[in-house]
Design a protein around this ligand. Structure first.
Ligand code: GLV
Length: 299
């Protein structure tokens, strides 16, 4: 029984160290292209971020896949046998970090910081109307992360409405009344490209988008068009459809769009290792590891 580390593009070494500290005897195999079928045949668990093409099919004894993140979208490979359990990391610290990022971007936009930064460039001391913040925010996705975001934004004075797959207001209703929209959805076939020309048009003029989920939720060309037309004031994108974002990508240079390199918050290797080792021990006892996702739903 072996565990395969598929953490690329995140280096595996910190995970190896953190797992060894908890369970020195856990047999780990680091993935590299060219690994023989015999080595892969012993793998019963995977800790990873994404399956390289064709690898899931080469793991005949695989029973459990644990994501190193909150999302599992890159691990639900078509070649994954139906009986394989898939788990994710559930980390309140990560959710709190993401909520801080969203609060930072929401306040930066709502308090017009970019405009004051531009004024400073011109040495211009001009006060704009100032009021307490009561902007309306639609949080799309009310899982652990969405709930943490909503709680922090409410504490700051924002009026928050949550959108979830079932129950509560529908997407159009939420977007039509949101001065700021926050995407905290899981990426599934149903949510891929959910923020597109049609749905972005539901936002009121001058609205702002914050995406801390997955780049593929947003049709980036449609977002750029909405910002260029003045319909949207801008966006803060911690995630992009292509990561690392290529230097030639038009998102980099779009006034009003802030790009960060998927840093809103990450779980520490120690937290991930603790949850992985716990799941591994469950597996060895013949129990189901915790924090399983519903593979049909994708989260
Ligand atoms: C990060 O994007 C995660 O899924 O945890």
């Amino acid at each position: 029984m072996k565990a395969l580390l598929l953490t690329h593009p995140i280096p595996a070494a910190p995970f190896v160290e953190a797992i060894r500290a908890l369970e020195p005897g856990l047999p780990l195999l680091e993935y590299r292209p060219g690994l023989a079928d015999e080595a892969l045949a012993e793998v019963e668990a995977v800790l990873g971020w994404r399956f390289p093409p064709g690898v899931a099919e080469r793991l005949p004894r695989l029973r459990w896949v644990c994501s190193i993140g909150a999302g599992v979208d890159k691990l639900l490979a078509p070649g994954l046998a139906p009986a394989v359990a898939v788990s994710r990391i559930v980390d309140p610290e990560q959710a709190a970090g993401i909520a801080q990022y969203v609060a930072l971007m929401a306040l930066r936009h709502a308090r017009e910081l970019p405009a004051y930064e531009q004024q400073q460039q011109r040495r211009q001391w001009t006060r704009r109307p100032i009021g307490a913040l009561r902007s309306s925010v639609g949080v799309l996705g009310m899982g652990e992360v969405g709930q943490a975001v909503a709680q922090m934004l409410r504490a700051l004075g924002f009026e928050v409405t949550g959108f979830r797959r079932s129950g509560g207001p529908v997407l159009e209703q939420v977007l039509r009344t949101s001065e700021i929209a926050v995407c905290a959805l899981p990426l599934t076939p149903q949510t891929d490209g959910i923020l597109n020309a049609r749905t972005l048009a539901w936002l009121p003029r001058g609205a702002y988008l914050i995406n801390i989920a997955r780049g593929a939720h947003v049709v980036e060309a449609d977002l750029i068009a909405a910002v260029r037309s003045g319909h949207l004031a801008g966006a803060a994108l911690d995630v992009q459809a292509h990561e690392p974002l290529p230097a030639a990508d038009p998102l980099w240079a779009e006034p009003g769009i802030t790009i960060t390199p998927h840093i809103a918050a990450q779980s520490s290797p120690q937290t991930i290792a603790a949850q992985f080792v716990h799941g591994w021990r469950c597996l060895r006892r013949g129990e189901v590891p915790p924090n399983r996702v519903d593979r049909a739903l994708g989260y």
